[in-house]
Design a protein around this ligand. Structure first.
Ligand code: FES
Length: 67
């Protein structure tokens, strides 16, 4: 699923960024470009990052099913 339409960033990319060390929305901004255009994706991107970090914390392989 697209989280950031402007930069064509998906939830899978955010999960991967979290596995690669992204911890904040600023990290996602630098790595993927989310929120750097219209900014409407900020809350969704933050929620997706939070979910991804919870998956990491539990050691679960919980990649989203749809891209
Ligand atoms: S939807 Fe992400 S910057 Fe516009």
């Amino acid at each position: 699923m697209y989280v950031c339409v402007c930069k064509a960033v998906t939830d899978r990319q955010i999960h991967q960024a979290a596995r690669d060390g992204a911890r904040t929305l600023g990290d996602l901004r630098r790595q993927l470009g989310v929120t750097t255009d219209c900014g409407r994706c900020a809350s969704c991107a933050h929620a997706c990052l939070k979910e991804a970090r919870q998956c990491d914390a539990h050691g679960a392989a919980c990649l989203p099913l749809a891209a």
